[in-house]
Design a protein around this ligand. Structure first.
Ligand code: HMG
Ligand code: MG
Length: 310
């Protein structure tokens, strides 16, 4: 079978926005730097598969993430965003915003940490110091009319600190959203969360004034929980889901982070449940098979493997 039998599930949104992170989260963790021309082709193929929001790159120093050192080249080759399409990029600081605005970017994402250890490792700052770095970025970006997403990492557990209290995550989320961001993406950076935890965090965020209409979920699939956790979040009203084509992904500053939820696995599950995504699964699978060839290893996505061999 190339598509699932459709049997509508109750309690899910009619439509889900997939926020594709393959070109950024997927490729930032590769051992080798993928050539800019390959990245450009990857992004164009993803767009051809119907993905409307694609996180393309990061405006961070190349010495921190060499894999994203070609941001200007990639975005320069892609050209302008186009109507109905969003190509956000990670921006940690004002220098990053200068670079993004020079290329005419319309959407950016800041990325904070819920824990001290990861804030130090990933941002070279404490949790408190991260706000001072992000504040001028969000102020200028929003006043220039850019759309701004705020990630919070380590929302469900931290490899150095262990369990992360829900209240601690909510406090960081409130501080970042209080800067004026449009969307919050809650990151399970190391893939340890489970469904009850997802419900608990979404409920606590709701009580703090951040409703599911402004929340996206970002699950890495290290422990095989990403799809279950996503469906749990959708039942609570979330309608934006981060995923990476072929299940690529990870974070160079958190070794236990592996691939993101595979976009193909998500599309299969949602299609079967009668939820529309606007994505053409065959084109997407072809793209991931092509990308796996470029990277020299098979995709970890179950759906890619099933359909590529079908
Ligand atoms: P720092 O070293 O403290 O920065 O790093 P600095 O301000 O002291 O600057 C050091 C040098 O870098 C200076 O140059 C700056 O000009 C330059 P020098 O004077 O030495 O020649 N510089 C820049 N150059 C280009 N673009 C810039 C920039 N900024 C400074 N934007 C910094 C602080 C935040 C920059 C660093 O810690 C950093 O880049 N961290 C990002 C690491 C990263 O990208 N991690 C992966 C993404 S996060 C993730 O994957 C999680 C997520 O997926 C969600 C989840 O899964 O949970 C989003
Ligand atoms: Mg991530």
């Amino acid at each position: 079978m190339r598509t699932p039998q459709v049997e509508s599930a109750s309690g899910l949104p009619a439509e889900v926005t997939i926020y594709e992170v393959g070109p950024r989260d997927g490729l930032q963790n590769e051992q080798t730097v993928v050539p800019a021309a390959t990245k450009v082709e990857f992004i164009r193929r993803l767009e051809a598969a119907g993905l409307r929001t694609i996180e393309t790159t990061s405006f961070v120093p190349a010495k921190w993430v060499p894999q994203m050192g070609d941001a200007e080249q990639v975005l320069g080759a892609l050209g302008p965003d186009g109507v109905g399409r969003r190509r956000p990029a990670l921006v940690p600081n004002e220098r990053g915003l200068d670079r993004a605005e020079e290329l005419g970017l319309q959407a950016i994402a800041i990325f904070g940490s819920a824990t001290e250890t990861f804030a130090q490792k990933n941002l070279n700052r404490s949790v408190t110091e991260q706000y001072a770095m992000f504040e001028p970025v969000v102020r200028r970006a929003t006043s220039d009319g850019l759309w701004v997403r705020a990630y919070v990492s380590m929302c469900f557990g931290d490899p150095w600190e262990g369990p992360v209290p829900v209240e601690q995550v909510v406090e960081v989320a409130q501080r970042l959203m209080g800067l004026g961001c449009d969307e919050l993406s809650i990151g399970d950076t190391i893939g340890v969360g489970t469904t009850g935890h997802v419900h608990r965090l979404l409920e606590a965020l709701g009580h703090s004034g951040i409703g599911t209409d402004r929340i996206a979920v970002h699950f890495h699939d290290t422990y095989g929980q990403a799809l279950a956790n996503t469906l749990a979040a959708l039942q609570d009203g979330v309608a934006t889901v981060d995923a990476a084509a072929g299940g690529l992904g990870g974070c160079p500053y958190a070794k236990s982070a592996t691939g993101n939820l595979a976009t193909e696995d998500l599309v299969w599950a949602l299609t079967g449940a009668g939820v529309s995504t606007g994505v053409d699964l065959d084109t997407l699978v072809e793209t991931s098979v092509w990308m796996a060839r470029q990277l020299g290893r098979p995709s970890p996505s179950r759906v890619v493997r099933a359909l590529a061999g079908a």
